[in-house]
Write a protein that binds this ligand. Structure first.
Ligand code: HEM
Ligand SMILES: *[C@@H]1O[C@H](CO)[C@@H](O)[C@H](O)[C@H]1NC(C)=O
Ligand SMILES: *[C@@H]1O[C@H](CO)[C@@H](O)[C@H](O)[C@H]1NC(C)=O
Ligand SMILES: *[C@@H]1O[C@H](CO)[C@@H](O)[C@H](O)[C@H]1NC(C)=O
Ligand SMILES: CC(=O)N[C@H]1CO[C@H](CO)[C@@H](O)[C@@H]1O
Length: 322
């Protein structure tokens, strides 16, 4: 199988001068940069040890990367005089951890210049950060992604699902990336860690339909608690997304969700569809959630990836090579 692929690749390469491998693989850097994965892991673990918010930051950044032009590190690019990048779009609100990727990338360039992509660096770091914090190997990351050369704020706005979406719009968003309703529910479980900004859900507390009312799909006790944290529609405080368990990567997101304690409308929306609601019910145990999460992450990490000779290996993750 593998030799047939290499053969086909060589034929294509000699004929048209390109060889697009298409697929990601295990340990892509085995020969080109054998220490790549260990380097990402070592630096990520060092940084997570002193910043417990990093796992959530990097996991969300990886998601935002993959949903705009595929997992190509376009989320890391800095805006220029002529072009406002994804990073500076509204959905980036509070994206953090860029300096972590830069630190890892600097070390990778020292070790094997021009070999390891920023897209793989981000995918690996997100996994390593979560795995380190929760002391379990969380999901396998295949490698071989290359970096894109385009990053547009407008595309982040168009592709990153908003927390105000209903179920059908959420599903449409995931389907447009080749993901299923099952992936949508399972990956939403990433909200088992991290924080959310009040302005993204306080309409549910204070003015749901424009009559000064509360979202009836939100548990009233939880709503009362959230009101103590978010005092008005414009309050920009952040709160834990998974009440009581936001520091644990576990299935409690789904347990809370069933009890109408999902933070965003997009979380609550997962109960409004029969099939989706059923999947929420099936993910109440952490062992089941981890198994499914690992598979869905693999699928998310493969969205529209650039491989072979497509794209480039950026020298600095914030800047397209000139
Ligand atoms: C289903 C559609 C999704 C929507 C609408 C959504 C929306 C959001 C929003 C609004 C926040 C809070 C941001 C802030 O307040 O600054 C957030 C946080 C977060 N999201 Fe999602 N998200 C979705 C799916 C995902 C997926 C697929 C992942 C990863 C696999 C993910 C991982 C995270 C993480 C880890 C955080 C916490 C970030 C932190 O504390 O730094 N989300 N999400
Ligand atoms: C911005 O665009 C102008 C004119 O189109 C061009 O001369 C300049 O080099 C561009 N600057 C950057 C940073 O791309
Ligand atoms: C979901 O939202 C979209 C876009 O706002 C809207 O067109 C659609 O009617 C909504 N669907 C339901 C079932 O409310
Ligand atoms: C609630 O929403 C309505 C309709 O959008 C608006 O007229 C009203 O001013 C809002 N109330 C508050 C407290 O913002
Ligand atoms: C972290 C980051 O780059 N944040 C930017 C997100 O976009 C807004 C504009 O919408 C910028 O002001 C932030 O600096």
């Amino acid at each position: 199988m593998k030799s047939a692929f290499i053969f086909a690749c060589v034929v294509v390469w000699t004929v048209v001068g390109v060889c697009q491998a298409g697929d990601l693989r295990k340990n892509f850097y085995r020969t080109s940069c054998p220490s790549a994965e260990a380097t990402v892991k070592k630096i990520t673990e060092k940084l997570v040890a002193s910043n417990p918010d990093l796992p959530a930051d990097l996991l969300r950044m990886h998601f935002h990367d993959c949903f705009v032009r595929g997992c190509d590190a376009s989320v890391l690019i800095t805006s220029t005089a002529n072009s406002t990048a994804e990073k500076d779009a509204i959905p980036n609100l509070s994206l953090q951890g860029f300096e972590v990727i830069d630190e890892i990338k600097t070390e990778l360039e020292n070790k094997c210049a021009g070999k390891v992509s920023c897209a793989d660096t981000l995918a690996l770091a997100a996994r390593d950060a979560v795995s380190f914090q929760f002391q379990k190997p969380m999901w396998e990351v295949l490698t071989g992604r290359r970096d894109g050369k385009v990053s547009l704020a407008s595309e982040a706005l168009a592709n990153i699902p908003s927390p105000f979406l209903n179920f059908s719009s959420l599903l449409q968003s995931f389907k447009s990336k080749g993901l299923t309703v099952h992936d949508l529910v399972v990956l939403s479980g990433a909200h088992t860690i991290g924080h959310g900004n009040c302005i993204l859900f306080s309409n549910r507390l204070y003015n749901f339909t424009g009559k000064g009312d509360q979202d009836p799909s939100l548990d009233p006790t939880y709503a009362a608690f959230l009101k103590t944290k978010c005092q008005s529609l414009s309050d920009t405080t952040t709160v834990d997304m998974d009440p009581g368990s936001s520091k644990n990567f576990d299935a409690s997101y789904f347990v809370n969700l069933k009890q109408k304690k999902g933070l965003f409308q997009s979380d609550a929306a997962l109960l409004t569809d029969k099939q989706s609601n059923k999947i929420v019910g099936e993910l109440q145990k952490s062992t089941d959630f981890f198994k499914e999460f690992a598979q869905s992450m693999k699928r998310m990490g493969a969205i529209e990836v650039l491989t072979g000779n497509s794209g480039e290996i950026r020298k600095k993750c914030g800047v397209i090579n000139s």
